[in-house]
Design a protein around this ligand. Structure first.
Ligand code: B12
Length: 280
């Protein structure tokens, strides 16, 4: 998503105070330039939270306000400060910013495939592959956060949708937590995986980036060119649109549902070209 900081630029159409609410279902007409608001429309108020590596005292609070001022939050009000262990303090600061947002510069990445029901996905897989589609999933590295990948794979699913295990035309192999990359590659080969689904939730020191690039490189090394299974990675903090950099086919983020993943799998195998995709 790209936005332009228009600094002191005057808002082309300043948000006006709310009048009568728009009729139900009437398309909402938005101005091009907007600013955040807290108490009164257009007041520029934002709330930010952060932690500083200092014990909680008056100097720490002054440091928080100094940071807020340098971030352009002025005037800033310290609304919350709490010691986090002995040497750290967590802050919430509320204040006004002068920055404007130009909605015309916002780039939205649209989903590139249609959402299918489980029935439609199964039928499409059957038609395309004439066999079950095999997915191998895991949390790699030292990541033990399995709830996300289980939400996608386990039959019980997520957000009211059944997981991929529910799909009659998908074979799911869930390898669980803290799987080493060589083990994952070996399992994918043994299962003749069409797709490998990897979860990365821990992002400390960019672990998710390092683990994912290491994983995708290992698959490219282990498979002949053009035979690498679909590499799909998911987790709450991946940057949208960074597939190429990470060497994967698709990234899924926060709130992903199993149906979206199944629909993507169908889309990807349909894009693959031949009528009967060769089993890798
Ligand atoms: C539950 C939890 C745990 C549980 C995990 C249990 C388990 N079996 O999973 C336990 C208690 C073990 C745990 C441990 C730790 N945790 Co923890 N944990 C959480 C917590 C509270 C919830 C995570 C979760 O389950 N979310 C719900 C699922 C459904 O959401 P999700 O993972 O985002 O998955 C969705 C999408 O991202 C996507 N998705 C995810 N993966 C994939 C994969 C594919 C292929 C696809 C398509 C989609 C997809 O689809 C899912 C459904 O929509 C978060 C905080 C939070 N509120 O998020 C911290 C959090 C993730 N944990 C954290 C930390 C630091 C740890 C520990 C290091 C703590 C410690 N010092 O010991 C350890 C690390 C253990 C390890 N080796 O990994 C931090 C990570 C910080 C960071 N920046 O990396 C968090 C953010 C808490 C925090 N604010 O500090 N944790």
């Amino acid at each position: 998503m790209s936005t332009r900081d228009t600094g002191s630029q005057k808002a082309a159409s300043e948000p006006s105070s709310p009048t009568a609410p728009p009729a139900k279902d009437a398309p909402q007409i938005l101005p091009d330039i907007i600013r955040p608001y807290g108490d009164t429309t257009g007041d520029g108020m934002v709330q930010v939270s952060f932690t500083l590596p200092v014990p909680h005292d008056k100097r720490a609070e002054g440091a928080a306000l100094q940071l807020a001022a340098k971030m352009g939050v002025a005037p800033a009000l310290l609304v919350h400060a709490k010691a986090m262990g002995s040497g750290f303090t967590f802050f919430i600061v509320y204040g006004s910013v002068s920055h404007l947002v130009d909605l015309r510069d916002v780039v939205v990445i649209e989903r590139e495939f249609a959402l299918l029901s489980a029935k439609e996905a199964n039928a499409a897989i059957k038609k395309r592959l004439h066999r079950k589609l095999v997915v191998v999933g895991a949390c790699i590295g030292n990541d033990a956060h399995t709830v996300g990948i289980d939400a996608i794979l386990n039959i019980k699913g997520f957000a009211g949708e059944k997981g991929l295990e529910y799909y009659s035309e998908i074979k799911v192999v869930n390898c669980g937590a803290q799987v080493l990359v060589p083990e994952l590659v070996a399992r994918a080969r043994a299962e003749k995986a069409d797709a490998v689904l990897v979860s990365q939730v821990v992002t400390q020191k960019d672990r998710h980036i390092h683990n994912t690039t290491q994983m995708s490189a290992a698959f490219r090394e282990a498979y002949p060119a053009g035979k690498v299974p679909l590499l799909i990675v998911g987790g709450p903090r991946f940057e949208q649109g960074s597939e190429e950099r990470l060497g994967v086919d698709r990234i899924f983020g926060k709130g992903t549902t199993p149906g979206e993943v199944a629909s993507y799998l169908v889309h990807a195998i349909s894009q693959a070209g031949s009528t009967t995709k060769e089993h890798p």
